[in-house]
Design a binder for this molecule. Structure first.
Ligand code: AMP
Ligand code: MG
Length: 425
């Protein structure tokens, strides 16, 4: 694994006190490596897990050319005559059947969806276009083209072709795809174990009285939720006081028991410096001020204790900043550590329903609601108060409005980029 210092020393324009988002992502991407362990799981249990090896198709799916509609199969060359086509019905083929005898010129076979195409046939005319007169059918040559309504052998998956690539996070369609190949078990990467805790003397846990000047610890709950959606094993270590011994013990225990450690709070300027000092003492950790809002201060690196190593993300304390930095840095890093293909969330351009204040020189992630306007077009508006402590802004939002580094003020009706997170959270 390359050390953080090695990666950073290769950058000519590195400034930890005004680090662009893209550069922070790049550094993290170069430092994080996938865990090695794998396990063999029954297909259903593999949902959401990361495929450890390519799956190559051992079957043609479908196994035969077959009908895509209920109707009559015939040779497409019959259509060349044009006008009204008349054919004698000479056989029938049903789904699950072994097919019917070859179909001679001038004849057709009654066929059901999924049935094997009889030899001599490459086209299906749907039954609704056909007039049946005893043992003959008639239809207009223009109602269908040669080759229509037929599924080709292997058109879904062909023998020897990669069906799914290693690194794939298995989704419902993938389970179905594997089932269509008759695959009962798959090899997946082992689950990541992620430890997390909140730091701060002002934090109280649910169930404790809220003393003056204190707040309930909400970050551990948003982190719990975001991590659950990533399908990792969780180690919730509670609230740790701003006390050097307690913090050191927590960091050590976290890194001895997990692949990654996520903390919130204690990395901002003006915070009691214990957290930073302890993080730095335990490993290869840098402290960044990222040119983004919210989420400016963040620590990243690797810590070690008693021969065990873990990735470390020291997130800011503010509740919205925790979520924004998680989605922009931690999610991709954990995906990489899980051995998953890293796919950034897609950005889409839509018009802003209102003006948005923005200064160039930092990337902003404002919380937005993407909704359909009366004219049917999609517009994004702000969720209101955008302070980095206003968690309601995240709760109400269905997207981030991503305002790039160079972007200045946005006028009503201007296009902006949005990153939808409905379904992700
Ligand atoms: P810090 O980064 O530790 O200076 O914290 C910044 C702000 O976030 C402070 O107002 C904290 O009270 C608040 N904060 C820090 N940690 C949490 C937490 N776990 N839950 C809710 N608020 C927090
Ligand atoms: Mg604090």
């Amino acid at each position: 694994m390359p050390s953080l210092q090695t990666v950073i020393s290769c950058l000519s324009d590195y400034d930890p006190d005004a680090l662009p988002v893209a550069q922070a992502s790049r550094i993290i991407g170069e430092v994080v490596e996938p865990v090695r362990g794998t396990e063999q799981l029954a297909l259903r249990a593999a949902l959401g897990r990361v495929l450890a090896a390519d799956v190559v198709s051992t079957l043609d799916v479908p196994a035969h050319d077959n009908a895509a509609m209920d109707g009559y199969a015939f040779a497409g060359s019959e259509l060349a005559a044009g006008g009204e086509i008349a054919l004698a019905v000479a056989g029938s083929a049903f789904a699950g059947g072994t097919g019917c005898a070859p179909i001679a010129p001038g004849t057709a076979a009654r066929i059901m969806t999924g049935a094997i195409m009889p030899a001599g046939c490459d086209t299906v005319i749907p039954q609704e276009f056909v007039q049946v007169q005893g043992e003959r059918i008639r239809f207009d040559a223009g109602a269908v083209r040669a080759g229509d309504n037929r599924r080709l052998r292997g058109e879904d998956l062909a023998v020897g072709q990669p069906a799914l690539a290693a690194g794939r996070i298995l989704r419902p369609a993938d389970l179905g795809l594997l089932a269509s190949l008759g695959v009962a078990e798959v090899k997946v990467r082992r689950r990541l174990r992620v430890a997390f805790f909140s730091t701060g003397d002002e934090l109280r846990s649910i169930g404790e009285p809220l003393d003056p000047g204190c707040v309930y610890d909400s970050n551990r709950y948003t982190l719990h939720g975001m991590l659950r959606r990533l399908d990792v094993d969780l180690l919730d270590m509670g609230v740790v006081r701003d006390d050097p011994e307690a913090l050191e013990a927590a960091f050590r225990s976290a890194c001895e028991n997990a692949d990654a450690v996520i903390t919130s709070g204690g990395v901002s300027v003006g915070e009691a410096d214990y957290t930073k000092r302890i993080m730095a003492r335990l490993g290869d950790v840098t402290f960044w001020k990222i040119a983004m809002r919210p989420g400016r201060p963040m620590a990243f690196g690797r810590i070690a204790s008693h021969g065990r190593e873990a990735l470390l993300f020291g997130l800011p304390g503010n509740p919205v900043a925790v979520m924004v930095t998680f989605y922009h840095f931690v999610r991709a890093a954990l995906h990489r550590q899980m051995g998953a293909q890293v796919r950034p969330l897609p950005l889409m351009r839509v018009r802003s329903a209102q003006p948005i204040r923005k200064k160039p020189g930092r990337t902003e992630y404002q919380r937005g609601i993407l909704a359909q306007a009366a004219d049917g077009s999609w517009r994004v508006s702000l969720t209101g108060q955008q302070g980095s402590g206003v968690l309601r802004s995240m709760s109400e939002a269905n997207c981030f409005i991503v305002l790039g580094h160079e972007q200045g003020m946005v006028g009503a009706g201007d296009e902006v980029e949005v990153m939808l997170f409905d379904g992700l959270m």
